[in-house]
Design a protein around this ligand. Structure first.
Ligand code: THU
Length: 161
């Protein structure tokens, strides 16, 4: 038996001013996208924005449903939309933000497990790490250089081929 461990580095930025222009612009798109969320049940509006390797950007927001599980998270809306629109193009980065009329979201919002699983598949599909930026409605930003950092020990059947 041997003990092994992950070291999972991430970066914390105090605000947008510390980000490179491209990252700040993507985060801005995510904030805009959150305004389009349909979240009458949770009132938790999430915005996501994806930058593709060809420079195109694609956004998403959470869309809820009276039958709760039928709704979808912002990250998956953005990633599915991106892959449908640009099937051969890798995803370079993904920005995630959230806003709410009920609570103050001033710490970064991290993606749920199901979204991480989808992010992992996209990373695997294009064999290129995805940079992930997370922020609340305001406040600090955390950045991860790949999905692997957010979710190590990934379930990936294609990697076994
Ligand atoms: N939500 C997202 O859009 N992304 C996540 O990563 C976690 C949760 C949405 C789902 C639901 O509409 C609302 O936030 C509250 O859970």
């Amino acid at each position: 038996m041997k003990k092994e461990q992950f070291v999972l580095p991430y970066f914390v930025y105090d605000n947008e001013d510390e980000l490179k222009d491209q990252d700040a612009a993507l985060l801005h798109l995510a904030h805009d996208a959150a305004q389009s969320a349909y979240a009458p049940y949770s009132r938790f509006k999430v915005g996501a924005a994806v930058r593709m390797a060809n420079g195109e950007t694609v956004t998403g927001c959470n869309i809820e449903n009276a039958a709760y599980p039928s709704g979808l998270c912002a990250e998956r809306v953005a990633l599915f939309r991106a892959q449908a629109q640009f099937p051969g193009i890798a995803v370079e980065s993904l920005a995630i933000t959230a806003t709410s009329t009920e609570i103050d979201i001033s710490s970064p919002v991290a993606p749920c497990g199901a979204c991480r699983q989808v992010m992992a598949e996209v990373e695997s599909r294009y064999k290129q790490p995805i940079r992930i930026l997370c922020q609340g409605a305001k406040g600090p930003i955390v950045a991860f250089d790949s999905v692997e950092i957010l979710m190590p020990f990934t379930f990936d059947t294609l990697a076994r081929e």
